[in-house]
Design a binder for this molecule. Structure first.
Ligand code: FES
Length: 112
């Protein structure tokens, strides 16, 4: 049975905007990020399919300048915000790993 772990409130993330965080699971740390655009929330593991390193080079900065795509700061890969599919860059056609979550009382809960 999965557990719910509160990771953020919906209102603390700009729209469009993103937030990175790291949470402690039983025996590992999990880096993840949340994206909000057009009131839709997405949650991804902070691991680029190109090198498996984190995407951000500045805190909470996961979107491109136009806020149209998720952008990896390392080699510029672009990912669709809603699906996590890479549409440009060295990992084209690969995807970010989505993380299951639910929203309850205006808070985002990761299902772990
Ligand atoms: S590490 Fe993300 S594009 Fe290379």
């Amino acid at each position: 049975m999965s557990q719910e772990k509160k990771i953020a409130s919906v209102d603390e993330i700009d729209d469009p905007g993103s937030k990175g965080l790291s949470i402690d699971l039983d025996d590992e740390k999990l880096g993840l990020f949340i994206v909000k655009k057009d009131s839709q929330i997405s949650v991804y593991k902070n691991s680029c399919p190109h090198t498996f390193g984190p995407l951000d080079w500045m805190p909470d900065q996961f979107l491109d300048l136009d806020n149209q795509y998720i952008q990896c700061a390392n080699h510029g890969a672009l990912f669709e915000i809603n699906s996590g599919l890479c549409i440009y860059g060295p990992c084209k056609n690969q995807s970010l790993k989505t993380l299951p979550f639910k929203i309850k009382n205006n808070h985002i809960y990761l299902l772990v």
